[in-house]
Every structure is written in structure tokens, then in C-alpha cells.
Design a protein around this ligand. Structure first.
Ligand code: HEM
Length: 534
């Protein structure tokens, strides 16, 4: 933190204040306000909606239909519209308080580079209410500070490292094979296909959370499995509606219909998780970590790293209730997110047959037409990985971007933004900004290839991109805990599908028009056509 003297009009002369200064831009000329001045503009002068739209709660309601053309599902479009109107930074009411929106690359850098040990994000009220009403400990999304860190820190070494995620590669190959086989042997309607992606993602995240196959890709599902899938969807949907501040009655009564459906879904997921916790506890009694004579040290390490649930059970820092809280948030956050982005990736590959051909050639040159993806072949699958990145840039997973609540007064785009303000980063808009990504509407995986260039701009020059211009998984200590696994899932699914199948979209499809619920969702399910690759 930088201690500065300020002469800002809104502050008393010579008053000493603490605030975080804007990260300086490297090509900034002397005399630039950020370089030379300690005179940030007051927060009150930041642009944004005026009149009734400045009022708490009412201001938020007025942003949406019937008072505007926007809905919670098109929130990102509304933010983009306001950036066009007010500039790179503006403030607007979201519920009681002001939120600040920025699409200035330097603001994003400032926020992340000066982040505290315990980054703050707006908490999920609905989940908090559920946990408090039922006397349950908090989950990752409902808590901050040291309490959050206590949940998050045991997960980091087990989920946050690409090398560790590779332990799940054999199981992930099997899930992807089952997915491909279902696409080969069934004729699915577009709605059913959308459900297939969801089942694939649920099966994949089940491996991480429960360390076993759950059978979502079986020909017939038990009533229990159907209810589990449904519960994931209800829990996520209710969380989204509550986060948009559109449903607040649940705060008053536990009998509220909206709240009840959420609570029923959460309790069902929790009961299922409890069954698997008991199973893994039994397995650990038979074969504990570290005591097995057949385990070499390295083998034991691999056992610990490839069994998240068992590792959490033996971790004295976490009791069973905390483990359940972690598992439940991973299941809910990790299913629809990956399912939607995988479907969008396939759409982009179908719309760009040349790219699809290059990706398929890369796959077959590395794993042939019959083999599985191995750590060695995955390490070389750079084009497929670039396709995944490019798809998330072109069709950003979130309606706008991630959020941080400032833990100290911070200068953003020249304004002094007070501590406690929620800042929403407009990453979706930034990912489509030609200043960050030349020819932004083109699907060009090459821009992510290893030489670090983003492809030629209008003048034919290559441009090295900023790491902060496209952050689909957020960033820093509070970034997505499932990122490495989600990426692995998408790489393997893409490789296995491209190995066998050609992806097309029926010509009757009018084109991808997406909404956010909260992850990117095609307004109309995509009518994919999968045919054998010859
Ligand atoms: C394409 C798929 C995914 C996308 C785009 C995505 C995106 C995100 C984003 C943007 C955040 C907020 C990060 C921040 O504030 O900096 C987040 C947090 C989180 N994600 Fe993901 N995610 C995906 C997959 C997954 C998966 C597979 C899991 C399950 C392991 C998961 C579990 C979580 C959890 C638990 C958090 C909260 C972390 C915390 O507060 O410490 N996500 N995700």
C-alpha cells in the first residue's frame, strides 16, 4: 500500500490518507495524471445512471425490463451499453449499494496485483441463509477472510495444479469415451444433446468429488440420479436469481416457495454426498493412506493426490460438515459451467471447419484413431488447448466478469473508489475489444499459440496480449478452484470427439444467440450433427 498526501477536492487539505494507487502503465508519458498526480477524482464524480436510477434497490429494478430492454440473462449487454454511454468506468446501483464497472485493463491489473491474502467477493446470500438456517458451516462462496482460507487452502495443492489434475486423466478418458459412444449410437434432439453435455460434465465432476463413476452416461438412469441432476440445476438457477438481487423474500421466511425448492435441492445433494463420504471412510479403513506396505512413497503421494475426498477426510483441518460444504459447492459450480462451454466450443469448431480439421489432425497425429490421451500427448496438444481458450474468449462464459470488494481505498481510472465498494470487471467486453484482441469476432486459436502473439492487427503487426484481458476463470487466490480440472475435461472431451467424429450444426440453425443463466447458454439448443470422421 502506498501512503500519499492528497489535495483531492473532496478531502481536507494535507490530510494524510491510505489508498492503493493505480498500477502505472509502462508506456505512460511524464505528466500523465496517473504518473505525476496524487489527485484522484472523488467517487461522487464518477459517471453513472442518474435520477431515480441512483436510488438503492429501485435503481437496480429500473435497469431491467419493463423499464429497459435488458433482463438478468442479458446483464452483460446492459453493462456494455452503459460502458458505451459512460466510458471505461461507471457506477450503478446493484441492490442497496453502488457497484463500479470497469473495462480498463490497468484497473484490472491494479485490483489483482494489490489483492489481499483473503480476497473479498460478494457473498452468495441464498446459500448463506440456507447454511445458517440449517446450522451448517459455510461453503467457499458464502464466507470470507481466514474462514474462507481454511476451506480453500487444503484444496489448492489437490486441484489447483495442472500436474496433480493429470491423475484424473485415465478416468477422464473413460468418461469421454462413453460420451462419444452415446453420440455415435443415439439420435438426439437438440434439447437432449444439451442434456448430454450436462450429464458428461456431471459424470466428470463426480469423479473428482466422490472418486467414482456415478453412471450419468448409462443408457437408463435411476430416479435418484435423475433427481441429482435436477438438484444441480435448481441449486445453480436459484443462486443466480438471488445473486441478481431479484428474489429477496427468502430472507424473511423459510416457507417461501423459491427458498423451499433451493433448500430441497441442496439437502438432496448433501445426502448423496454424505453416502459417498461414508463409503470413502470405509475404504480408508481397509486401505489407509501411508500404511499400505505395497505403497511406495511416490505411489502413496499419487493416491493422496488422486483422491480428493479421501485426502480431505484424513486432513485434520476439515471436519465432515466442512468437507460436505466444499463438495457441494464444487458439484454445483462445476457442472453447468463446463457443460455449457464445451457445447459452445463444439459450436465454434463446427462453424470453422478449417480450424476443426487442424485440431483433428493434431489429435490423430498424437493419439491415432484408437488411443487415449496421456500426459505426454496432452502436453503437445497445443492447438486443441488454444481452441478451448479462443472459444471462451469469443463466447465469454460469464455475462460480464468476476467481482472483487475493495479492501482499501483504491484509485481506478483516476477515481478514488472507497474501501468496501464492489468492483465488477467487464471481462466479456474486454475479450471482444480490438485493442486487446485484433479481429475480435474471428475464431482464431492461433492467437493463443506459444509464441505469445495475438495475431496480426490492422497494420499487420503482431501484438503481445495482456494476461488480464481475458479472465474466464477469474484470477488470483480466489480464482476458480476448478479451473485446471475444467480445462482437462474440455481438452480430453474435445480430443476424443475429434478423434472419431466430425462436428456440424444443422443448417436450419439461425446462429448462436446467447443469454447467461449464469453461464453462457444458447437461447435455442444447438442442433449438432455428429458423423464418423473418415
Ligand atoms: C468452464 C468452466 C468454469 C468456469 C468458466 C468457471 C468460472 C469461475 C469464476 C469466474 C469464478 C470466480 C473466480 C474469481 O472470483 O476470481 C469461479 C469460482 C469457483 N469455481 Fe469455477 N468455473 C468453471 C468450472 C468449475 C469447476 C469444474 C469447478 C469444480 C471443481 C468450479 C468450482 C468453483 C468454485 C468452488 C469457485 C469459488 C472459489 C472460491 O471462492 O474460493 N468451477 N469459477
Amino acid at each position: 500500500m502506498i501512503r500519499l498526501k492528497t489535495t483531492t477536492a473532496s478531502l481536507r487539505d494535507n490530510q494524510e490518507i491510505n489508498y492503493r494507487k493505480q498500477i502505472p502503465d509502462t508506456d505512460m508519458s511524464p505528466g500523465n495524471e496517473y504518473a505525476s498526480s496524487v489527485r484522484p477524482l472523488p467517487f461522487s464524480s464518477m459517471p453513472g445512471p442518474r435520477g431515480l436510477r441512483k436510488l438503492p434497490y429501485i435503481g437496480t429494478a429500473l435497469l431491467f425490463k419493463p423499464f429497459s430492454r435488458f433482463t438478468p440473462e442479458t446483464f452483460g449487454e446492459m453493462v456494455s451499453y452503459m460502458h458505451d454511454k459512460y466510458g471505461c468506468i461507471f457506477k450503478s446501483r446493484l441492490g442497496k449499494d453502488y457497484s463500479v464497472y470497469t473495462d480498463n485493463l490497468r484497473d484490472i491489473e491494479t485490483i489483482f496485483r494489490t489483492e489481499d491474502t483473503y480476497p473479498l467477493r460478494r457473498l452468495m446470500t441464498l446459500s448463506r441463509v440456507f447454511r445458517e438456517r440449517n446450522g451448517l458451516p459455510h461453503a467457499l462462496g458464502t464466507v470470507s477472510g481466514p474462514e474462507w482460507y481454511e476451506l480453500r487452502s487444503p484444496l489448492n495443492p489437490l486441484l489447483n495444479r495442472p500436474q496433480v489434475c493429470l491423475h484424473y486423466l485415465p478416468a477422464q478418458n473413460q468418461v469421454a469415451d462413453d460420451f462419444v459412444s452415446r453420440l455415435q449410437t443415439n439420435v438426439f434432439s437438440p434439447e437432449q444433446l444439451s442434456e448430454e453435455f450436462f450429464k458428461f460434465a456431471a459424470e466428470s465432476i463426480g469423479i473428482v468429488c466422490y472418486n467414482r463413476r456415478l453412471g450419468f452416461l448409462e443408457p437408463v438412469l435411476s430416479a435418484e440420479r435423475v433427481q441429482l441432476l435436477e438438484s444441480f440445476k435448481i441449486a445453480l438457477h436459484c443462486t443466480f436469481i438471488a445473486m441478481m438481487g431479484l428474489e429477496r423474500r427468502y430472507l424473511k421466511t423459510a416457507d417461501d416457495a423459491f427458498y423451499r425448492q433451493y433448500e430441497d435441492a441442496m439437502k438432496f445433494i448433501r445426502n448423496q454426498s454424505m453416502l459417498y463420504v461414508e463409503k470413502v471412510k470405509e475404504e480408508l479403513k481397509v486401505r489407509p493412506f501411508g500404511n499400505d506396505k505395497n505403497d511406495t512413497n511416490a505411489g502413496n503421494k499419487a493416491r493422496v493426490e488422486s483422491n480428493l475426498l479421501a485426502s480431505m477426510i484424513v486432513n485434520s483441518q476439515l471436519d465432515i460438515e466442512k468437507i460436505l460444504a466444499i463438495i457441494d459447492s464444487m458439484l454445483i459450480a462445476g457442472t453447468d459451467s463446463t457443460a455449457r462451454n464445451l457445447a459452445i466450443l463444439f459450436y465454434n469448431l463446427a462453424q470453422n471447419p478449417d480450424v476443426q480439421d487442424i485440431a483433428a489432425k493434431e489429435v490423430t497425429s498424437l493419439i491415432g484413431t484408437q488411443h487415449s490421451v496421456t500426459p505426454a500427448t496432452l502436453a503437445k496438444m497445443n492447438y486443441v488447448k488454444s481452441c478451448v481458450k479462443e472459444s471462451m474468449r469469443l463466447n465469454f462464459p460469464l455475462s460480464n466478469g468476476t467481482e472483487r470488494t475493495l479492501t482499501s481505498d483504491t484509485v481506478l481510472s483516476g477515481y478514488l473508489v472507497p474501501k468496501g465498494t464492489s468492483v465488477i470487471m467487464s471481462s466479456r467486453r474486454m475479450s471482444l475489444d480490438p485493442a486487446n484482441f485484433p479481429h475480435p469476432l474471428q475464431f482464431k486459436p492461433e492467437r493463443w499459440m506459444r509464441d505469445g502473439t495475438l495475431g496480426p492487427d490492422e497494420t499487420g503487426n503482431s501484438k503481445k496480449g495482456s494476461a488480464f484481458a481475458c479472465l474466464p476463470f477469474g484470477h488470483g487466490a480466489r480464482g476458480c478452484i476448478g479451473r485446471r480440472f475444467a480445462e482437462l475435461e474440455m481438452y480430453v472431451a474435445a480430443a476424443k470427439v475429434l478423434q472419431k467424429l466430425q462436428i456440424r450444426v444443422d443448417h436450419s440453425y439461425s446462429g448462436l444467440d446467447s443469454i447467461y443463466t449464469p453461464f453462457i447458454t444458447p437461447k435455442k439448443p444447438i442442433p449438432f450433427i455428429f458423423t464418423e470422421r473418415t
